[in-house]
Write a protein that binds this ligand. Structure first.
Ligand SMILES: [Fe+2]
Ligand SMILES: [Fe+2]
Length: 204
């Protein structure tokens, strides 16, 4: 197939995906966030030698279950026999990430485990994130529709050093939770301490 046709059909596939995602999400604000995440994830992937198409796909599908109520999240996870840990039981909202990965597989036919894992980890992170996981996590936290003081600085840092940006974003969100006396997920704390340990070993 000539290159222009290949690009044309890729674009047509993206337009079809975007329409289906918009319909599945059903809210303009959340859809605009989704597009922002997909675009930033693709740019970060290009910069850090990851596949921009996989990053963009994970970005497009990361928040499919974000607007579900706690009851619906718990019920849909139970219907799929997904294990729910103590933190998730106390804060069902975080389940939208793992359930979102299931919906990406069931409804959008995604079979790429790396993409599904990046979706599943975009909210509480994990101690052993792949580069794709990190890119999607950062794109979610840093897309231009987010409005907080450090966003632009963190975004610039993400184009230079993914791990450094991850440390900065994790510290900032843990700070935010601590100031409001809110509980942090054990996976988020583990993600930060693993990264800090790795970085201190590197600089030793
Ligand atoms: Fe989310
Ligand atoms: Fe999101």
């Amino acid at each position: 197939m000539p290159r222009s046709n290949a690009i044309g059909s890729e674009h047509a596939r993206f337009v079809t995906l975007a329409r289906a995602v918009r319909e599945a999400i059903g809210q303009d604000h959340r859809y605009a966030h989704t597009l922002g995440v997909a675009r930033l994830a693709a740019r970060l992937a290009r910069r850090h030698d990851e596949d921009p198409a996989r990053a963009r796909l994970a970005g497009m599908l990361h928040d499919l279950a974000r607007l579900y109520s706690s009851e619906r999240l718990l019920a849909e996870c139970a219907a799929r026999a997904m294990a729910i840990d103590a933190f998730e039981a106390r804060h069902p909202i975080v389940l939208h990430a793992r359930l979102g990965a299931e919906l990406a597989r069931e409804r959008f036919g995604v079979i790429d485990d790396g993409v599904l894992q990046a979706i599943a980890r975009h909210t509480v992170a994990a101690p052993d994130m792949t580069r794709l996981d990190t890119i999607v996590y950062l794109a979610d936290a840093l897309e231009p529709g987010r409005t907080y003081a450090e966003r632009e600085t963190f975004e610039a840092l993400a184009f230079v050093d993914l791990d450094a940006a991850m440390v900065a974003v994790l510290r900032s969100s843990l700070d935010y939770l601590a100031k409001r006396d809110l509980e942090a997920a054990p996976q988020t704390l583990a993600a930060l301490s693993t990264l800090e340990l790795r970085r201190s070993r590197r600089s030793a």
